[in-house]
Ligand binder design. Structure first.
Ligand code: SAH
Length: 359
């Protein structure tokens, strides 16, 4: 049994890969095909006890050694403007995390959390204020998708790991989650429909590159030089911009997948025209060699003011000027559309509100 993944000292069923579930079923003296009967429904939000063709005997045996647990909807907000749905999910140990489902023409995209809290300490971010409480299990990341699909009665076709937490700080569980979400008999979401956003743990980007999973990597860059980046993102003191971009370059060389950069515009901090020129020069010189066509895409996000941080967002004109300056230098730039503005859909804030009420 794989007790790396347990809930209340019992095997966590939703963290198991198909072959591991088979092993478990065999170890309980049941035929292998039972694993298939369990896997597909479990990944649709049906517990073993509710699966009609799985015998009562197996359900009873499973109960003694294993748990099936899904995040519970603790709070749900639906945007009247664009239908964006924000969930506060309760976990088995009482902690909570947030997920947001955004409705696009090409399908539903879910933004999921990877940790309870975060220890990266970015100065503008609500998720890191109380530090990291714990890593999420693979099942708890998967469970956010399953629970949201079940609640909404709609399929989710795209996943972005941009919620609470730093996915590469929970590397092992995140990789397992990626493999689970991609399982044909499970959610069957293709790697190309998954984006992983990181504040820049360069060593882990290198490890991920070796796995060669065709997911999209998003780098939270937020600055065009080390002085500014270190002042808002402590991670930069360990992995500076140069080291980070060299990992990005090898990631692209190995996987052929484009990398996108996130750049939060903070008024008076990183949003000048000179800043945009410096950013373009940095990306062009570090990521593009002669004849190299690596597509570079910068996603501009006007900072979402969080009470405790004291940062304010750049005005519309400044944001547009920044985007135009990048474009002129051959860098694709888009300004992030703000979905769910009426429900405060950016991550980290709902969990914080809830904690402040309780504590
Ligand atoms: N830890 C990962 C993913 C979570 S945050 C990462 O750092 O990439 C997802 C994105 O939202 C990151 O780019 C993050 O820097 C950004 N972000 C966090 N707080 C923000 C805020 N107040 N306003 C705008 N963007 C923010």
């Amino acid at each position: 049994m794989n007790m790396d993944y347990s809930i209340n000292e019992k095997q966590d069923l939703l963290s198991l890969l198909p072959n591991e579930l088979e092993e478990l079923v065999l170890s309980l003296g049941e035929p292998k095909y039972r694993a298939k009967q369990l896997f597909a429904p479990m990944h649709k939000g049906v517990s073993p006890a509710e699966i009609s063709n799985v015998g009562k005997a197996l359900v009873a045996k499973l109960d003694t050694v294993a748990v099936y647990s899904l995040p519970a909807v603790r709070k749900k907000l639906v945007s009247a403007i664009d239908g964006t749905v924000k969930y506060l999910f309760g976990l088995a140990d009482g902690n909570s995390v947030e997920s947001v489902v955004m409705k696009y023409k090409h399908g539903n995209t879910i933004c999921i959390s990877s940790q309870v809290g975060c220890r990266m300490g970015c100065a503008f971010c609500a998720s890191t204020i109380g530090g990291k409480v714990r890593d999420l299990l693979p099942s708890e990341m998967l469970g956010q998708i399953i629970a949201a699909e079940k609640d909404m009665g709609e399929r989710i076709s795209n996943v972005v790991m941009m919620g609470i937490g730093e996915p590469l700080d929970n590397y092992k569980n995140v990789v397992r989650f990626l493999r689970l979400v991609n399982c044909e008999d499970g959610l069957n979401i293709g790697y190309r429909h998954i984006s992983l956003s990181t504040c820049g743990l360069a060593d882990k980007i290198d490890e991920l590159a070796k796995l060669d999973l065709p997911i999209t990597l998003s780098i939270s860059l937020h600055a065009y030089d080390d002085a500014i980046r270190s002042s808002i993102m402590p991670v930069n003191k360990k992995w500076n911009i140069d080291r980070l971009l060299s990992s990005c370059k090898s990631y692209f060389a190995k996987t052929g997948r484009r990398i996108s950069f996130e750049y939060t515009l903070i008024s008076g901090k990183n949003d000048t025209k000179e800043g945009a020129l410096a950013l373009a020069a940095l990306l062009n010189s570090r990521l593009r060699g002669v004849g190299d066509t690596m597509p570079i895409h910068v996603n501009l996000i006007p900072v979402n003011p969080v009470d405790e941080t004291g940062f304010s967002s750049s005005d519309k004109k400044t944001v547009e000027r920044f985007a135009e300056t990048l474009e002129k230098k051959g860098i694709r730039a888009t300004v992030r559309r703000r979905l769910g503005a009426d429900i405060n859909a950016s991550c980290g804030q709902l969990r914080r509100e809830e904690e402040q009420k309780n504590g």
